[in-house]
Design a protein around this ligand. Structure first.
Ligand code: UDP
Length: 345
């Protein structure tokens, strides 16, 4: 099978690439490297059937499609996973986040139709916003602030979902949507600002763990290998056509309890410092995975403690590449459009 994978150099995308390559599939990985890193592709690149293209799928689609055609590669499956995904990344790249999930999804889905390929769009639990239903089922419409600081991500993903459904209903796209809940594991960036790399690097460096708010907000953490298997099964299934599927681990922790567990595994005593809670930080989040269980026979296998031990071992090894800044040419392009928009106000 031929797979076109956007976001291939990202934390999750790079693991997904390897899953298909291990099966003998051919993968073209695409990434603009605004938050991903080619370091994540070291393993993928050991496969002859992998190639990498640095391109922005929102801006450079025609060139990308011509390149793919030139390689004689006709995708059977398009996995659209490209997007900044951590709150500090999408706060820094809001217009790019909106573009990759709107124009990027439009470009991917239109090409998938031309190629007669199946498509999977990676959406997010952020589609539920600060949820009023708990745990969250796919049927829940969500509670999203459309103009808050997280809206560039939440609304972009919701738009991407709506676009997918329109392509499925009107054009016959063989599409499906996953909503990914908090995922962690090797290849997270040490400085991506999310709670797992923050707590792990802080504990390893003997620094206090930064708890935002009172630490009583909850998250449910899924180990990356489990998530990848869920993505693989969802993409392979006929039953997921036109359907949204939650993928996540329903093991739910308060952030405070999670901090205690990280310190316990690292072997340091709990030392915390309280910080302000970010605006619109969801108070509770936990997936209802009944649909994934029923349709795919999937559920997470790696307990959070075990996954954390593996992740801490990775960070102890000094891994976790740092992207000090987003790429200058992208910043320039998006900063310019922001300024133009401001002038037009
Ligand atoms: N958080 C925290 N300390 C940190 C980073 C995050 O207390 O150093 C909290 C954050 O406020 C949120 C939760 O941990 O309630 C998960 O945050 P993350 O950025 O990992 O992902 P989110 O689920 O908010 O997208």
């Amino acid at each position: 099978m031929n797979v076109l994978l956007t976001g291939a150099a990202g934390f999750i995308g790079s693991h997904v690439a390897e899953r298909y390559l291990r099966d003998g599939d051919a993968v073209i990985g695409v990434d603009n490297l605004c938050t991903g890193s080619v370091n994540n592709l070291v393993h993928a690149r050991t496969h002859d059937t992998f190639s990498f293209v640095e391109a922005d799928i929102a801006e450079d689609w025609l060139a990308l499609e011509a390149h793919v055609k030139g390689l004689g590669f006709v995708p059977d499956l398009v996995l659209h996973m490209a997007s900044p995904a951590s709150p500090i990344d999408y706060a820094e790249l809001p217009l790019q986040t909106l573009a990759v999930n709107s124009r990027g999804t439009q470009n991917c889905s239109a090409a998938a139709l031309r190629w007669k390929a199946r498509m999977l769009f990676a959406s997010t639990s952020e589609s539920y916003g600060d949820p009023k239903e708990h745990p969250q089922r796919e049927t829940y419409w969500g509670n999203v602030n459309p103009v808050g600081p997280r809206s560039c991500y939440d609304e972009a993903k919701r738009f991407g979902e709506a676009l997918m459904m329109a392509q499925i209903r009107k054009a016959g796209l063989d599409g499906r949507i996953i909503r990914i809940f908090n995922t962690y594991g090797p290849r997270m960036r040490a400085n991506d600002g999310r709670v797992v790399p923050n707590f792990v690097t802080q504990a390893l460096q003997g620094q206090p763990l930064t708890i935002y708010g009172d630490g009583m907000q909850t998250r449910s953490f899924c180990y990356v290998d489990d998530l990848v298997e869920g993505i693989y099964l969802c993409a392979a299934s006929e039953k997921t056509h036109g359907i949204v599927v939650n993928l996540g681990n329903p093991e739910e922790y308060t952030i405070r309890r999670f901090a205690e567990m990280v310190c316990d595994i690292v072997g340091v005593s709990l030392n915390i410092v309280m910080r302000d809670i970010p605006t619109d930080d969801p108070t509770r989040r936990c997936p209802d995975i009944t649909r994934a269980k029923e349709l795919l026979g999937w559920q997470p296998r790696v307990p959070v403690r075990e996954g954390l031990e593996r992740t801490i071992a990775y960070f102890r090894g000094g891994s976790g590449h740092i992207v000090a800044q987003t790429r200058p040419h992208l910043r320039q392009r998006y900063d310019r459009s922001a300024t133009e928009a401001d002038r037009a106000q």
